[in-house]
Design a protein around this ligand. Structure first.
Ligand SMILES: [Zn+2]
Length: 415
């Protein structure tokens, strides 16, 4: 089988990327260069890799841990309407509720629901992370810059307040010098505040309840996601206090998460389609003590550079059968291919012939059909694909289709 070989060691790649980009080396690790031209992202397995440098073989991108690699697989995406950033992730948990609700998980859940709402409204949306992933702030901003969305929203939930309040302590933060960001923060404050006010809970708040800017002593935005992509209209939402048990309990309710997501989507839609001014504005304030998280210290990437994609072709009829079976199992066609391959591998390891369950599929599948289903394989997972391909004496693309056909048969038996 074709194995990829890497023409340059990683260090040489780094040098090449930095030189070719014409970027000063001191920009790496520091604030972004406001003049840098956005180059889009490569999407692979739901992760956005901002393109740093075009290259005829494959673009050089930054990984979630901000390492530069050459990415051989994935789909290019130039721009979207909205980028949603679920705050924290991985070892950076954010606030933790007394009920063991982690902010990083809650942020992601609300982000995915918000994406769904916005997609239904007709907007194109990308998330900075779709899984529990460690990602430094500057990578989140790099994604924003690369996609140049109309709105970048970083979803957080708050911690720390102890002062009793008659109403929810919602805080939204905007870019200090961007009137659009300020208006968006004011509208989102209205929507979140109205939504949560409907619940009867003992609330807490701080003096910063409302829409404002948190600044460093020098007068710039204290939050990296607001500061590092100055040309992108960006806001942070901090709904509720997870450190306060009644609010953490409320936030664990799926209905409440859905209500917050609907509020965020409504707010973004109002910002994009009306001139509503927003409200709840407070004076910006200096917070020199703010440390924050999201430094990415100790961030470790999987070996993304070795990820590869394998495409299998289907006829229209085969593709329809695959979609129907995938729907029945509540999965995607890509999942059918990958899980099918693992299932074939599993059967072979049981020393049973896969033909016991997949007799209709034992012929070598024809993968020349025009309906193409592509699956991404990490290097380790791909060993399974290679093993199955060898076992049946077929190509990797054919093995993938064999796996999918097995799943279609199994789905039929389940139905
Ligand atoms: Zn947070």
């Amino acid at each position: 089988m074709l194995r990829r070989c890497w023409p340059f060691p990683v260090a040489a790649l780094l040098v090449l990327a930095l030189t070719a980009a014409g970027a000063a080396a001191d920009e790496v690790g520091g604030d972004a260069d406001p003049d840098r031209v956005p180059l889009g992202v490569v999407m692979l397995d739901g992760i956005a890799f901002p393109v740093v440098e075009e290259h005829p073989v494959a673009p050089i991108v930054t990984t979630p841990c901000t390492n530069q690699i050459r990415l051989m697989a994935g789909t290019r995406l130039d721009t979207v309407d909205i980028v949603i950033d679920p705050g924290h992730g991985g070892p950076e948990t954010g606030s933790v509720g007394a009920n063991r609700l982690y902010e990083r998980d809650l942020n992601l859940e609300v982000a995915l629901l918000t994406e769904q709402e916005l997609t239904e409204l007709g907007y194109s949306v990308t998330l900075t992370r779709r899984t529990d992933l460690h990602m430094p702030i500057r990578q989140r901003s790099a994604i924003a810059r690369a996609l140049a969305p109309q709105v970048f929203i970083s979803i957080h939930h708050n911690g720390g307040a102890v002062r009793p309040s008659d109403d929810p302590g919602t805080e939204t933060f905007h870019q200090v010098n961007n009137p659009d960001s300020r208006r968006l923060a004011g509208i989102l404050y209205e929507e979140i505040q109205e939504t949560f006010s409907a619940y009867d809970v003992e609330w807490v708040d701080t003096v910063h309840q409302g829409a404002s800017s948190r600044l460093k002593a020098a007068g710039e935005d204290a939050y990296g996601v607001l500061r590092l992509a100055p040309e992108v209209t960006s806001v942070i939402t901090e709904a509720l206090y997870m450190s306060h048990s009644p609010e953490a309990r409320l936030m664990a309710d799926p209905e409440v998460k859905a209500a917050e997501a609907a509020a965020l989507a409504r707010g973004i839609d109002r910002y994009l389609t009306t001139d509503d001014p927003g409200s709840g504005f407070r004076r910006s304030f200096v917070d020199p003590a703010m440390t924050g998280t999201g430094t990415g210290v100790g961030c470790v990437d999987p070996d993304y550079a070795s990820w590869a994609e394998v495409s299998s072709g289907y006829t229209e009829a085969e593709h329809e059968a695959l979609i129907a079976a995938a729907d029945r199992l509540g999965r995607s066609p890509d999942w059918m291919q990958r899980f099918g391959v693992r299932t074939l591998d599993f059967f072979s390891r049981l020393d049973r012939r896969a033909s016991d369950v997949s007799s209709p599929s034992l012929r070598t599948p024809d993968v020349s059909g025009t309906m193409v289903v592509t699956s991404s394989w990490t290097e380790r997972e791909r060993e399974v694909l290679r093993r199955v391909a060898d076992l049946y004496g077929v190509t990797e693309a054919e093995a993938q289709k064999l796996g999918a056909e097995l799943m279609v048969v199994l789905a039929g038996r389940l139905g």
